[in-house]
Design a binder for this molecule. Structure first.
Ligand code: PMV
Length: 347
């Protein structure tokens, strides 16, 4: 049986969440990663065959060798990276990643899952991974793939994996890819519900007062989350007072956004998203293209629009009345988005 996990979008609060402020993220159920773990028909116990055609990966790794846990590991038989259109489909974070690092990340997820259940496979294993997460950046693809793999391990062992455990284990793998991520991606992907998230605190799920529709538009410009987070860190170090003020303002927008979502006040949510965008521009993570897309979304009638995720490219989110969603999506595509998806939150 195949196990799966959704993508995600950050609605409010990215970057400030790294500095202890709250953020809100939603699962994107329309786009999924999936994984299957089976006994392999060849190989020794402890060996893992990985087939991830969507990311151009076909590889064999040792599950328990330290190499499987380090980005520098040398996996064998790797397909060339970047040659498949979907090699970028697993998210912008992968532009930081060599294929051997991706293989190591997948092997780490399998190893952590096996260790969690105390399971020792009798023979070699075969992991198959698919992802229909788009070329768009900032959709939590690494977290989605990891959670799908962890669920596949549980399924293989005939066990249940609690969402909290999936999130905690996925965070370990996220660190392999991103260094010190805030943990919001693995949390929303594992819980599969809108969350209010503060770093190092238990997340709370948000009760959506009125379901709403988002347009997710891919700018087609990948950017490195790690580098964008490092850039904000440098500017914060140079001028902590201004940045702390901006993070406080973002935090306040998140608090107001939570109440607006719970109360079903969607136009207000939109205004808060646009306000959050202006603050993201001030912390230096927006781009002219993202702003062109955002303006197009607003002019076509969206209640609000902003970049989502690390910025520097990647994803634009717009929230709009259901009757205007088609027009907003078209406007974003005409303004230069390379693709656009529609997803429902809270329905
Ligand atoms: O673009 P993404 O999906 O990798 O999101 C990054 C979100 C940040 O707040 C910028 C970083 C983080 O670890 O939360």
């Amino acid at each position: 049986m195949t196990s799966s996990a959704p993508g995600k979008a950050i609605l409010l609060g990215e970057h400030a969440v790294v500095y202890g402020r709250p953020a809100i993220a939603v699962p994107v159920h329309a786009l999924q990663a999936s994984a299957t773990l089976k006994p392999a028909d060849r190989g020794e116990p402890g060996q893992l065959w990985i087939e991830a055609p969507d990311i151009g990966l076909s590889s064999q790794v040792e599950l328990h060798s330290p190499a499987a846990a380090t980005p520098q590991s040398q996996a064998e038989n790797l397909a060339p990276a970047g040659s498949s259109p979907v090699s970028r489909a697993a998210g912008r974070e992968q532009i930081d990643r060599a294929p051997e690092s991706q293989a190591a990340g997948l092997a780490t997820a399998v190893r952590l899952g096996l260790e969690h259940f105390g399971g020792t496979p009798a023979g070699a294993l075969r992991l198959e991974v698919h992802s229909d997460l788009p070329v768009a950046a900032g959709m939590g693809s690494s977290a989605a793939v990891t959670v799908a793999v962890l669920r596949a391990v549980a399924e293989h062992l005939g066990q249940q994996l609690a969402p909290e455990a999936a999130s905690r284990l996925a965070y370990e793998v996220e660190r392999h890819y991103h260094g010190q991520p805030s943990g919001i991606d693995n949390t929303v992907v594992a819980l599969g519900a809108p969350i209010y998230y503060v770093r190092e605190r238990p997340p709370s799920t948000i009760a959506v007062g009125a379901p709403f529709t988002l347009v997710l538009a891919d700018s087609g410009r990948p950017a490195s989350t790690r580098e964008l987070v490092a850039g904000v860190r440098q500017r914060w170090e140079a001028d902590p007072a201004s940045y702390e003020r901006l993070f406080d303002e973002i935090g306040a927008a998140v608090e107001a956004g939570r109440t607006a979502i719970e109360g079903g006040r969607l136009a207000e949510l939109g205004q808060l998203m646009t306000h959050n965008q202006l603050l993201l521009e001030q912390i230096g993570v927006s781009t002219p293209l993202l702003e062109t897309l955002i303006t197009a979304g607003l002019e076509s009638g969206a209640w609000g629009a902003k970049l989502s995720g690390a910025g520097g490219g990647g994803l634009v989110l717009a929230v709009a009345d259901a009757g205007l969603i088609g027009a907003v999506r078209t406007a974003l595509l005409e303004a230069g988005a390379v693709r656009a998806f529609v997803t429902e939150v809270g329905s």
